[in-house]
Design a protein. Structure first.
Length: 144
C-alpha cells in the first residue's frame, strides 16, 4: 500500500524559537493544546533528549488509545522530533527565525486499522495539527 504524502503546517508565534521549543519539548503540556491528546508523560522522569521515551493517550471521538514514542532529535530552538510506535509515524516540530513553527507529520507504516481510511486519517491529523498550533500560539500570546 502506498503511503500518503506528509502533512506540513506552519504558524507564527509571538515568542523566541527557544521558548517555542521549550513549550513543545515539554510533552506533558500537549494535552493543554491538542484536541486529540488526553495526556502525555516522559517515562521514568526522562526529559527532552534524543532517545527519551514518552507515552501518550490520544482520542478520536469515542476511540481512545495509548502509544509509546521515542525522541529522535532534541535541539533547543531548532528541532524536536519523535517517532510513534515501531516506526509508524514521525512528528517533527521545527523552529525558525521570527518564530515560525513548522509541524511535519509523516506516516511511515500503514497499520491494518487505517487501511482504506487514509484520507480520513490525514484530515483528522491536519485538523488536529492546526488546532494545536493555534492553541499554543494563543497561550503564548497571553503569557507575554
Amino acid at each position: 500500500m502506498e503511503l500518503p504524502p506528509p502533512i506540513r503546517r506552519r504558524a507564527w508565534m509571538a515568542t523566541s524559537p527557544d521558548r517555542a521549543y521549550d513549550l513543545i519539548a515539554n510533552v506533558s503540556r500537549m494535552a493543554e493544546w491538542s484536541p486529540n491528546v488526553v495526556k502525555v508523560a516522559y517515562t521514568d522522569g526522562d526529559g527532552p533528549r534524543a532517545g527519551a521515551v514518552f507515552t501518550g493517550v490520544n482520542k478520536a471521538g469515542d476511540r481512545v488509545w495509548e502509544s509509546t514514542s521515542r525522541v529522535l532529535t532534541a535541539e533547543p530552538g531548532k528541532e524536536f522530533s519523535w517517532e510513534v510506535g515501531d516506526g509508524v509515524v514521525r512528528w517533527t516540530y521545527s523552529f525558525h527565525a521570527n518564530t515560525v513553527v513548522t509541524v511535519d507529520w509523516q506516516l511511515l507504516k500503514v497499520l491494518p486499522e487505517f487501511a482504506g481510511r487514509l484520507d480520513d486519517l490525514r484530515r483528522f491529523t491536519a485538523r488536529g495539527i492546526e488546532d494545536t498550533l493555534i492553541a499554543i500560539a494563543e497561550a503564548q500570546a497571553c503569557t507575554r
